[in-house]
Ligand binder design. Structure first.
Ligand code: SAM
Length: 149
């Protein structure tokens, strides 16, 4: 068995696309076909969404994360800043990452992705609905150890 890499660990610890796809569909409430997955990392949600019959546009800056899984039918991976992607979607699921967007203005600015939405579309910002600490300003110090994966 091959050793797990950091993307495997992230998916195992943080994500559950099999649960998230029906949740996103239920929140949308309509016949959502095209998912925009902003800050997609390995695009695990997009892959599951397409497996369930939809189409997905998976956007991330990190080419290594995007390359984690082989290309999948129905998933278009885009290596870009999410703020520069205008492709229309029925639902946009964004997990804005802590530590990448350094100001409130930048964080709130990603709401501009709403312009991508089809009429009746839904924009989900996952970190902002997690808990009350999402509304507190402050700093995060996250040490990274050289050589760790
Ligand atoms: C913590 S991961 C989120 C993975 C997944 N979406 C989730 O919520 O579990 C954060 C990702 O955001 C990406 N990222 C950070 N800033 C970005 C930006 N401006 N545009 C696109 N991707 C960005 C990073 O490359 C990283 O893969």
């Amino acid at each position: 068995m091959r050793p797990l890499d950091k993307h495997d660990w992230y998916e195992l610890c943080v994500q559950s696309p099999g649960h998230l796809v029906p949740l996103v569909r239920a929140i949308h409430g309509g016949a959502a076909r095209v998912l925009g997955e902003d800050f997609c990392g390995t695009a695990a949600l997009s892959i599951e969404w397409a497996r369930a019959g939809g189409e997905a546009i998976a956007v991330d800056l990190d080419v290594g994360a995007l390359a984690k899984h082989p290309d999948a039918p129905g998933v278009r991976k885009v290596r870009a800043d999410v703020r520069e992607v205008a492709d229309a979607a029925d639902v946009v699921s964004a997990g804005p990452p802590i530590g990448y967007l350094h100001t409130r203005r930048a964080l709130v600015g990603i709401c501009d992705t709403c312009a991508r939405l089809a009429v009746g579309g839904v924009h989900l910002r996952r970190h902002l609905r997690r808990r009350e600490s999402a509304f507190a300003t402050g700093t995060v110090h996250r040490p990274h150890h050289p050589g760790s994966r």
